[in-house]
Design a protein around this ligand. Structure first.
Ligand code: S3P
Length: 447
């Protein structure tokens, strides 16, 4: 099990690129596998989570070859061309792989079983099983700690689904995407309504490839395959830089300071369903510029620029902003530790069912570095102090990549070296994280 030793950091600066977006990477590979023809997918992160989706598609009969610079050549089998995997499909740590595949496989005329690692086996699956069952699939799993909940391994037996109109209790792009994917194979239209703006990469990418997917009203997504020629176009797909990964670097710059050259993260996806962290950082007094915005493959991308760090102040993060920054809350809390006043995170109970219970693990990580932080049922409260460096300490990642990286960022502003334990999981989403921070001027040593 690897650890990071993190040293107090001076100002950071330089121009870097982060690996490709994890969410878009899963979808690009998945939809390329269903396309009619050969698709080159470029910009992929090489992260372990995306590789799980690649391996799953191979098991389902899709030929995928590596190409230069981490690109993949995917020989799409067509929407109706998948065949049964020879055994259980291992999704590793990847909740997105499991939930998206659950939707796709619930619609196939063969049975499939999805398994994962010990962390994924603790994550709730009733949220996908219930709507898929309503569409006509048979979904079985294991019962676990919480009454009425369903956990992996998941077995899906389906085919012959019918469209549904459903209102989700929680905003979740994974659940929405699972239902939309099943809806591609169902009789009639499927409509998904959400209480908040979850990421819309599935809708954008499927529509770009010619699928009958629309967003007829705010917070409403629809797929209606009636009359569709069942063709997903074989177009080259490029995965833009991961905004969630960029958040760690920008937060590091905000805490450690930036050099006169500034800190620039190039080619980042700035889809508005993903930029809640920028709004949150701005509410905390940060000035981050969005430059050279353009649209590539249906997604807006831009360079994110931090030229100076002013005084940071605490903020209240709640409602739709939390949905749009759901994966960045741990690192926003690291920034809050050095902001003047109190930061309150509300309406964030979803954090409890991520790769770890991120309300518990964020509070624990910050406290290990001397920060005053408290748990609330639906979020957390942090008492920031810009005048006091954090206390050197050791943080356990709890097997969660984003807790590991948030702890590294916080530790850059401690008064002495810190240890972040169990950091292998960083490779699930952000291969090269420590090297990129080092390129910017920090010292993060593997140990
Ligand atoms: C993701 C959706 C979010 C997010 C996860 C990736 C996706 O999860 O936290 O990291 O790619 O659809 P939920 O759908 O559970 O909110």
């Amino acid at each position: 099990m690897a650890d990071f030793r993190v040293f107090p950091s001076g100002p950071l600066g330089g121009r870097v690129r982060v690996p490709g977006d994890k969410s878009i990477g899963h979808r690009a590979v998945l939809f390329a596998g269903l396309a009619r023809g050969v698709v080159e997918v470029t910009g992929l992160s090489g992260g372990e989570d995306n590789q799980r989706t690649v391996a799953a598609l191979r098991a389902l009969g899709v030929r995928i070859e590596p190409a230069a610079d981490g690109a993949l050549i995917v020989h799409g089998v067509g929407v109706d061309g998948l065949r049964a995997a020879p055994g259980p499909i291992d999704c590793g740590n990847s909740g997105t792989s499991m939930r998206l595949l659950a939707g796709l496989l619930a619609a196939q005329p063969f049975a499939s079983t999805l398994v994962g690692d010990e962390y994924l086996h603790r994550r709730p699956m009733r949220r996908v099983a219930e709507p898929l069952t309503r569409m006509g699939a048979r979904v079985t799993g294991t019962t676990g700690t919480r009454a009425g909940e369903l956990y992996p391994p998941l077995t899906l037996e389906g085919g012959a689904l019918s469209g549904i109109d459903c209102s989700l209790e929680i905003a979740s792009a994974q659940v929405k995407s699972a239902i939309l994917l099943a809806g591609l194979f169902a009789r009639g239209a499927t409509v998904v309504r959400e209480p908040g703006p979850s990421r819309d990469h599935t809708e954008r990418l499927l529509a770009t490839l010619g699928a009958p997917v629309t967003t007829p009203a705010p917070l409403t997504s629809c797929v209606d395959p009636t009359g569709w020629d069942r063709t997903l176009l074989a177009r080259p797909l490029h995965v833009p830089g991961d905004p969630s990964s960029s958040a760690f670097l920008l937060a590091a710059g905000l805490l450690a300071g930036v050099t006169a050259a500034g800190l620039v993260v190039e080619g980042v996806c700035v889809n508005p369903t993903r930029t809640g962290f920028l709004d949150a950082l701005r509410a905390m007094g940060a000035e981050i510029l969005v430059e050279h915005e353009r649209v590539v493959g249906g997604e807006p991308i831009a360079d994110l620029v931090l030229r100076a760090t002013g005084d940071l102040v605490g903020a209240t993060l709640e409602g739709a902003l939390v949905v749009r920054a759901i994966d960045e809350i741990p690192v926003l809390c690291a920034v809050a530790a050095r902001a003047r006043g109190v930061t309150v995170v509300r309406n964030a109970e979803e954090l409890r069912v991520k790769e770890s219970d991120r309300i518990v693990t964020t509070v624990r990580a910050l406290r290990a570095l001397g920060v005053r932080a408290e748990e609330r049922p639906d979020g957390l409260v942090i008492e920031g102090d810009p005048s006091r460096p954090l206390t050197p300490g050791a943080v356990d990642s709890a097997g969660d990549h984003r807790i590991a990286m948030a702890a590294v960022v916080a530790a850059l502003t401690a008064s002495g070296p810190c240890l972040v334990r169990d950091v292998d999981n960083v490779a699930t989403s952000f291969p090269g994280f420590a090297r990129l921070l080092t390129d910017l001027g920090a010292r993060v040593d593997p140990s």
